[in-house]
Design a protein around this ligand. Structure first.
Ligand SMILES: Nc1nc2c(c(=O)[nH]1)N[C@H]1C(S)=C(S)[C@@H](COP(=O)(O)OP(=O)(O)OC[C@H]3O[C@@H](n4cnc5c(=O)[nH]c(N)nc54)[C@H](O)[C@@H]3O)O[C@H]1N2
Ligand SMILES: Nc1nc2c(c(=O)[nH]1)N[C@H]1C(S)=C(S)[C@@H](COP(=O)(O)OP(=O)(O)OC[C@H]3O[C@@H](n4cnc5c(=O)[nH]c(N)nc54)[C@H](O)[C@@H]3O)O[C@H]1N2
Ligand code: SF4
Ligand SMILES: [Mo]
Length: 700
């Protein structure tokens, strides 16, 4: 432990915020005796800048929450009743191994499904010993698509890898365009850099179907119809080409397929794009001119705009813009979705994909309902052979966060499904466990971190001993491997050894970044130029080395090789019949005080959010006789729930917003918004389509 003595027998430990958030904050934990007494943002970290967000500044309320699961338990009541009795770790682990062996004998090991996501983003506890274990076991593989794959894949077709301008360089931008990203809620440490740009005269424009917190403080807010950003990008490029505002030299040297792109753009004049997006023609033209003639221009996109069927294509189209305008030449210009692709960590060493038996199947986590009920949403039965007979859930709360809750919960209720849940809290998912295991929090274990919103590698040192009998993910999988008699040396690696393996790469970006150095410094910037202008002279990591307006790879993957517009599957354009019955597009974006469903059980943060709510436009409310404060019923063919209405100027007619993700059991009638969302997946990457969701709303 790196302990720095301070006054009154307290010590400060370097930690890292583990949550699924681009900011990956450097956190200082003060401990006194065996207790953590304070968490704060590291003032010496350039991105964290000395502050933590609303949620994580209450991290100790989570660590010392009275609802922590502190010992292993076995279910005694009906599935979902939440009734458990205490057992020992030996009993719990032996039961898991016995059941896994039985199921593997009878149905084959693929009947066992691991289910995890980013409850912690620490590389070790996110994916290391767990992957080794399930790979060696021959369990089904899980495609982790619930959040970011659509945009990630679309971005990579165009740009080649998941990184863009250096987030810190946005302070040099003169024009900042934000789409599908609520910076003040979900990426708050980027805001000071944006504020600095603004002080120097930059204009900030937010394009979003919802006038969110970020839009409210920006220079201009432009409302867009949900799921239509792909068309907007085409319209903007149409104007840039028609008015010859593009950077000819950049296009000639560093892009592929300009001629084909121009042909395609003819199909998207501003008049057509205006009718698709709901943005007036003049606005589209003005925005195109501004983007092409103001440099540096920075586009910040996040994941909101890709939670629709055409989400991959929308991101791909937007990613073409900075190559057309030449914005990549400038410090603070370009586009940014994520920085995660810049970290050349050795994932193969961590996860050992070589242990996967040939022909192992992959199950898409965004269609968990389908996997657990062994039936598709349109009623086809017996689609999985073997059926899923066991699920091991960790780092996730799928009963609450996965789409189509009715199907997911029907699956979890199956008496013949053996369910293990490793959790810090009695979540909605924990209630369905047969065996419930206590998990450590970030203060109780060691981990190594990369980030998706900055360029620093970071180390989390444990600050306190595990509470109760809590054990970390890596500890539990190491013990399960031993009980399974897995004898490969990788099952005996310690956390520190795995961290060293992850850092073991010949890539220059990691040169000089060692565990030893991280133990001293806590956080080290990747060995990349500072400041970083990645594509000033092309060097795109695509197959052609250029920014690909035309993508041969997309063609091979069965996609349109050129930018195009794919409307939301639940829209007037794509399903007029459905639209007649369910005319409101419901978006359920991150609540300010929760992190997905994490923190949604911390009283102070629940108080901030007040209660589960739906914001509905003045017009839609009037038509339905809805007033603020009324209970309303929200429904579609998948399910229904009840929430309090807030009549709002922040959404246009036809759109509603419900900040999420509340726990089912802490929501009215035990149901959250995912009773309405669907298991349909995106055009690319098999991503979830949470915001491609038509509903009707009526007073109760
Ligand atoms: N406070 C807080 N922070 C979080 C989270 C949280 O739950 N709470 N979650 C974390 C996680 S896991 C993630 S992935 C990120 C997500 O962070 P973001 O990517 O910023 O969040 P989104 O869900 O993507 O929603 C952001 C905005 O996208 C808008 N949006 C929805 N559809 C469209 C569209 O079609 N076009 C456009 N232009 N905008 C659209 C929404 O109205 C919303 O204002 O945040 C992380 N940070
Ligand atoms: N309607 C709607 N649904 C959504 C979204 C939305 O915008 N709208 N957002 C989606 C998005 S972007 C995402 S990323 C997913 C997120 O979904 P999840 O990945 O399930 O994220 P959380 O809800 O935060 O749940 C993480 C759980 O992991 C547990 N945990 C934390 N650390 C550890 C650990 O070290 N070990 C173990 N064993 N457990 C740990 C926490 O206690 C918590 O209960 O939700 C999706 N669901
Ligand atoms: S959730 Fe994000 S902003 Fe909040 S402390 Fe963690 S990394 Fe920082
Ligand atoms: Mo996410």
């Amino acid at each position: 432990m790196s302990l720095n003595p301070t006054q009154e027998n307290t010590q400060i430990i370097h930690a890292v915020c583990p949550h699924d958030c681009p900011d990956t904050c450097s956190m200082l934990v003060t401990i006194k005796g065996d207790r953590a007494i304070k968490v704060e943002g590291n003032p010496n970290h350039r991105f964290t800048d000395g502050f933590l967000c609303t949620k994580v500044s209450k991290y100790l309320d989570r660590v010392y929450h009275e609802g922590r699961i502190l010992y292993p338990q076995k279910r005694v009541g009906a599935k979902g009743s939440g009734k458990f009795v205490r057992i020992t770790w030996d009993e719990a682990l032996n039961e898991i191994v016995t059941r896994f062996k039985q199921i593997a004998d009878e149905y084959g090991p693929q009947a066992i499904l691991p289910y995890s996501y980013a409850g912690t983003m620490g590389l070790l506890h996110y994916g290391s010993m767990d992957r080794r274990f399930f790979h060696r076991l021959g369990a089904s593989l899980l495609d982790r698509t619930i959040c970011a794959t659509a945009g990630g894949v679309g971005y990579q077709y165009t740009v080649g890898a998941k990184y863009g301008y250096d987030p810190e360089s946005i302070k040099h931008a003169k024009l900042i365009l934000i789409l599908g990203s609520n910076i003040l809620t979900a990426n708050v440490h980027m805001w000071p850099f944006i504020a600095e740009a603004r002080k120097a005269g930059a204009k900030v424009i937010v394009i979003d179907p919802y006038q969110n917190r970020t839009a409210a403080v920006s220079d201009e807010y432009i409302a867009i119809k949900p799921g239509t950003d792909g068309a907007l990008a085409l319209g903007l490029m149409h104007v840039m080409v028609a008015e010859t505002l593009y950077d000819k030299d950049y296009v000639y040297n560093y892009t592929l397929g300009f001629t084909e792109l121009c042909e395609r753009l003819k199909e998207y004049p501003p008049s057509k794009v205006a009718s698709i997006t709901g943005i007036p023609v003049e606005k589209i033209v003005e925005l195109a001119r501004a983007l092409a003639t103001t440099q540096p221009a920075a586009i910040r996109i996040s994941y909101g705009l890709q939670r629709h069927r055409g989400g991959g294509m929308a991101v791909r189209n937007l990613a073409c813009i900075p190559a057309l305008t030449g914005a990549w030449r400038h410090l603070g210009g370009g586009i940014l979705l994520s920085t995660s692709g810049a970290f050349p960590l050795n994932n193969e060493a961590l996860e050992r994909p070589d242990l996967i038996p040939p022909k192992t199947r992959t199950i898409n986590m965004s269609r968990l309902g389908e996997a657990l009920t062994n039936s598709s949403p349109n009623g086809k039965l017996g689609i999985f052979d073997p059926p899923v007979k066991a699920i091991y859930v960790y780092n996730s709360n799928p009963a609450a966060v996965a789409p189509d809750s009715k199907a997911v919960i029907t699956g979890f209720k199956r008496e013949d499904l053996f369910t293990v849940v490793h959790e810090q809290f009695h979540t909605d998912t924990a209630d369905y466990a047969d065996i419930l295991l206590p998990a450590t929090t970030q203060l109780e274990h060691f981990d190594l971190h990369k980030a998706y919103g900055h360029y620093y590698v970071m180390l989390n040192q444990p600050a306190i001993a595990p509470l109760g009998e809590a054990r970390s993910n890596t500890t539990v999988f190491r013990e399960l491997a031993q009980r399974m008699d897995f004898t490969e040396p990788c099952f005996f690696d310690s956390d520190e050894q795995m961290a060293e393996q992850a850092l073991n790469s010949s890539h220059p970006a990691l040169s000089g970044i060692t565990l030893e150095r991280l133990k001293k410094e806590g956080s080290v910037r990747l060995n990349i130029p500072d400041p970083h202008i990645p594509f000033a002279e092309g060097n795109f990591p695509t197959p052609s080395g250029k920014c690909e307006f035309y993508s041969e790879k997309m063609l091979k993957d069965g996609l349109d090789p050129l930018p195009t517009f794919i409307p939301p599957i639940e829209s007037f354009e794509a399903s007029p019949e459905l639209f007649k019955r369910y005319p409101i597009s419901l978006i359920s974006p991150p609540a300010h005080s929760f992190l997905n469903s994490t923190f949604a059980n911390v009283p102070k943060l629940i108080k901030n959010e007040r209660e589960p709510m739906i914001e509905i436009s003045v017009d839609d409310a009037a038509k339905r006789g809805i007033e603020t404060g009324m209970q309303v019923r929200i429904f579609n063919d998948r399910g229904e729930l009840q929430l309090k209405a807030l009549v709002s100027q922040k959404v246009k007619p036809g759109v509603a917003i419900s900040p999420s993700v509340w726990w089912h059991k802490l929501s009215p009638n035990g149901r959250n918004i995912n009773f309405t969302t669907s298991q349909t997946v995106t055009d690319m990457g098999g991503g979830a389509t949470f915001y491609d969701n038509l509903v009707e709303v009526e007073p109760v």
